[in-house]
Design a protein. Structure first.
Length: 121
């Protein structure tokens, strides 16, 4: 029951992140061009994929002892940071990338975690 609840919360957060990314990306496209669309989309991907990785990694550790869960958490967080760095490295290889839409979508997607603190089931 508790595991199902955690999965439900994780699913809500990831779904809300997708919604925020799509909304911000579409809004930026309306006021900009395809280069801004690509930049915003890349910012959203750079936020979402590492969070998805971490969520999938944490779902593999239910019903284990605390030490294994903590070890898995640290490994997942390290992988998440490495994945984020790699994604930004690849994104900055695109010559036409625009920094403002990229960071705006990235920060908006990450802000979902702050709003998740006040979400109720």
């Amino acid at each position: 029951m508790l595991t199902e609840r955690k999965i439900s919360i994780v699913s809500k957060i990831l779904t809300l992140q997708i919604l925020v990314i799509v909304t911000i990306t579409f809004g930026i496209y309306l006021i900009g061009d395809q280069t801004m669309l690509l930049s915003a989309f890349c910012g959203g991907i750079a936020a979402f994929l590492p969070n998805l990785y971490m969520a999938l990694r944490m779902m593999r550790t239910p019903k284990q002892d605390a030490q294994k869960i903590v070890r898995s958490f640290y490994a997942g967080e390290s992988g998440k940071l490495i994945l984020t760095g790699m994604l930004f490295f690849m994104i900055f290889q695109i010559p036409t990338i625009k920094l403002l839409p990229l960071l705006a979508t990235y920060v908006a997607a990450l802000s979902v975690f702050w709003f998740a603190l006040i979400m109720r089931d």
